[in-house]
Structure formats: C-alpha cells, structure tokens
Design a binder for this molecule. Structure first.
Ligand code: SF4
Length: 443
C-alpha cells in the first residue's frame, strides 16, 4: 500500500524542514495493572503463506519459490499448531474481527486447505459474525481456482495482485501472469459471487511514463473493483532490483504520475483513506484499518508478526521464524518464535504515530491515549512541531496530517522520531514484515 504522495517520503524527496531529534515527551499516564481496559483493543488474525511460484526481483517479502510439491497438509497442521501455541501463551478474550491470508501466494493453496484453516480458526477463536476474511490471490495461480469453494469456506474478500496491465512491464517485474490472466481471474471471482475485491497496482515501473501508469489504472478501474491499492515501485535491500537497478522514471515524472493517478482515482469514485489505499464507500479494508489504528493482531505462519495488548495494557510484539523449513519443523513450539519484544514508553507512542498518521483522517486523541497510555495532552505536545509547521492539524479530538504533511509523511514522522533510519526500520504491520516506510508494492 502506498501513497499519493505516496511516495515522496519513501524516496526522500522534498524533505520537510525541521529538527529530527525527538521532541520531549510527557510522562505516560499510569496504567493500572490487571485492570480490564474500558475498551478492549480490537483483535484480528494474520495468516502467512511463504511460497510463490517464483521470486519477483523487486520483492523483499518473506516469500520463497515453491518446490514441485507444495506441503499443503503439513503447512495447515503447522499453522493450527502454531495458533494453539499462541493461544496457550496469550489470554485471548476478544472476538476476532478479521482474518487476512497473505503471503507469498496463498492462492497456491487449494480451497480445501484454506477451508481447513478457517475451520481450525473457528474452532479455536470466536470470529465476529461479520468478520472480513481476505485471501490474497495472484493471477497465474488462479486458473483452476474454485472461487465458489473459497466463498463457501467463508472467504468474503479477495485481494488480487494485478500490478500492471502491460505484459512487457509484468515480464520486467518477473510476474508469472499476463494482463489477460488478471482480467480472467477478476471476472471469474465476480462470477463466483465475490462482491469485495481489491486490485494491487504499481507505478513508477522501469521505463514507465505517466501515460503508461494511467493506462494501467484505467484498466483496473474498468474492472470495477471495490478497492485499489496503489504502490510506487521502490528498490528494497536484499532484492535483485537493488543489486541490478532497472532504469526507473525520473522523480519529476513520478511526481506527475502520483498527482495524475490520484486525480483519476478521485474522479472514478475511490476515496483515499490511507497512503496507498483507495476505496469505494464502505469498502475500506477493515483488517488493514485495524493495523493503522494500532489494534492487536495475532500472526501465525512463517515470519508472521503479531502485536498483542494484555489486560494490564502492556504491548508485546511477537514474530515467527521466517524460513518455511525451519517454521515447519518447529511450529507449535517455543522454538518457532523468533522474537518477543515488549514495546513501551516512547517507542509505543512512535509506533502509534507511524501507523495512525498514515490514515487520511488521522486518529482520535482518546484512541491514542487508550492504545499508548499517554495523555492526550502529552500527545499534542509531542506533535506540536508538526502542527506548528502545518504538517499536521488538530480538530477537536482528532489529529491528522495536512496535505503537505501527508505528502512528506516520512519527513514529518522523522521530526518526532529519533532519526530517519528509525522510521524506515520500524515494523510495517500492513506489510507483515519489518521494512521500509512508504511506497512499497504488495504481493
Ligand atoms: S511480489 Fe508477491 S508474488 Fe512476487 S515474490 Fe513477492 S510475494 Fe511472491
């Protein structure tokens, strides 16, 4: 997911003026141990699938080329064992509002396997009656997909990785599919009854001009998805493109693309609600909204991340082993856990800002106080440099970035974070991996 702006922040263009030292913080309001929070933090579930047909050269996600045999049953058992382990360690007393099956390429798995995962989840957790259940599906893996069976299993939202509708660009990106396959996958899903579909699209592709990016977006809009996620291609460390950079469009062309694409999305009735996310009325991704509102999520699967707030208000981040082989061997045991980290104090507040300021509407001070333990007053104090420079504004109980602050979000965040590297290094839960700040493509 990325920005209209998507992007300036990520590429470092247009740095906003101002100090990058931390602003002084007020003391957090005392949290009463063992006291039930007045409003329990909303809870979601992320399930990671670590395999793809092959690795795309721009991808820094936890994805690995699938061998000739997909260990489907073994992986489903591992996921459910992992969930059992997690539930034995966390006191989960809340219903789960959404499930997101992401990757990797979850659509490599059969509907039967996906159904078994969802049955296992329902047997172990209480899903909300109206829970949003998303499956990421990559064209090229959906030829034989039984979308009706996916609906029967309870999946009610699809996120299709279109990326471009230009076959030459798709080949450069190392994608396994053609534009025709994306269109067929979309129509097949619609025909089966899916009424909530996202298309992922990228821009700023090698040698792409603004007209090419517009053509991609027009073809996406013509399909009529409920949601479009628009990301700028960026060169991430540990990728083939980072080692052998392709010729990317110049920055002024990227800026022209962003402006033009955003205008086109608005005209077509898609409202931007997050840096990279555009939705028709009422079709925002509830799962990702929970990340950006600093809700809780349990993460299962190779490399999955979780965030959990206990009844005393303590926040813990948890991560699984990344490599599928190690994960398969150890899932369901303590050894599959790669990291457990308590997040508190200033770190917690900064992580809140990094998520909540991505939202066009920003956040309510009352929510920030609930999720971080800091008083509304101290939060306003920390963000004062942004408000003074008109990078953020306050209306009543809410604080959000101004258009300029949103355009240069990384720089705005850097003004209240210790340093710019810290912005880039913080976990990006919407990507389910630690990674760069803004403007990266999803699978
Ligand atoms: S970009 Fe998506 S499809 Fe390509 S390797 Fe990464 S996760 Fe797999």
């Amino acid at each position: 997911m990325s920005s209209p702006e998507p992007v300036p922040g990520a590429s470092g263009r247009g740095a906003a003026a101002g100090s990058r030292r931390s602003a002084p913080l007020g003391e957090p309001a005392p949290l009463s141990p063992a006291k039930e929070p007045a409003n329990p933090v909303p809870l979601c579930l992320y399930v990671h699938f670590p395999w793809c047909r092959r690795k795309c050269p721009y991808c820094d996600f936890n994805s690995h080329p699938a061998g000739p045999v997909l260990e489907e049953d073994r992986y489903v058992d591992a996921l459910l064992g992992d969930l059992d382990f997690e539930l034995s360690r966390l006191r989960v007393d809340r219903e789960v509002r959404s499930v997101f099956m992401g990757g990797g390429t979850p659509s490599l798995f059969s509907p039967g396997a996906l159904a078994r995962i969802l049955e296992g989840i329902r047997a172990r957790l209480t899903l909300a009656n109206d829970a949003e259940i998303t499956l990421e599906a990559n064209p090229g893996t959906t030829e034989y997909a039984d979308f009706a069976a996916c609906l029967d299993a309870g999946i009610n939202r699809l996120s299709i990785g279109a990326q471009s509708f230009d076959d030459a660009a798709l080949a450069t990106l190392g994608r396994i599919h053609t534009a025709g396959e994306t269109v067929r996958a979309f129509r097949k899903a619609r025909g089966a009854g899916f009424r909530n579909i996202n298309l992922d699209l990228m821009y700023g592709l090698p040698a792409q001009a603004c007209e090419g990016a517009m053509d991609d977006l027009d073809q996406a809009i013509a399909l009529g998805p409920e949601h479009i996620s628009l990301y700028q291609l960026t060169l991430e460390p540990n990728t083939v493109f980072h080692r052998y950079p392709p010729p990317l469009p110049p920055e002024d062309e990227i800026a022209r693309m962003q402006e033009t694409l955003l205008g086109r999305l608005r005209l077509a009735g898609y409202t931007q609600y997050e840096v990279s996310s555009h939705a028709r009325e009422g079709r925002q991704c509830r799962h990702n909204l929970n990340y950006w509102n600093f809700g809780d999520y349990i993460g299962i699967g190779a490399g999955a991340h979780g965030k959990f707030t206990d009844t005393a208000g303590r926040v813990q981040r948890r991560a699984r082993k990344r490599h599928p082989a190690g994960y398969l061997a150890l899932a369901g045991t303590e050894q599959a856990v790669a990291e457990i980290r308590e997040v508190g104090g200033h770190d917690l507040l900064f992580e809140f800002f990094m998520n909540a300021l991505r939202l066009k509407d920003g956040f309510a001070l009352s929510t920030a106080a609930e999720r971080t333990g800091y008083s509304g007053e101290s939060i306003v104090h920390v963000l004062a440099p942004l408000i003074t420079r008109e990078l953020a504004f306050r209306t009543g109980d809410r604080i959000a970035c101004t258009d300029r602050g949103y355009l240069f979000l990384d720089d705005a965040l850097a003004m209240v974070l210790p340093d710019r590297e810290a912005v880039a290094a913080r976990p990006r839960p919407d990507r389910q991996l630690p990674g760069p700040a803004i403007g990266m493509a999803r699978p």
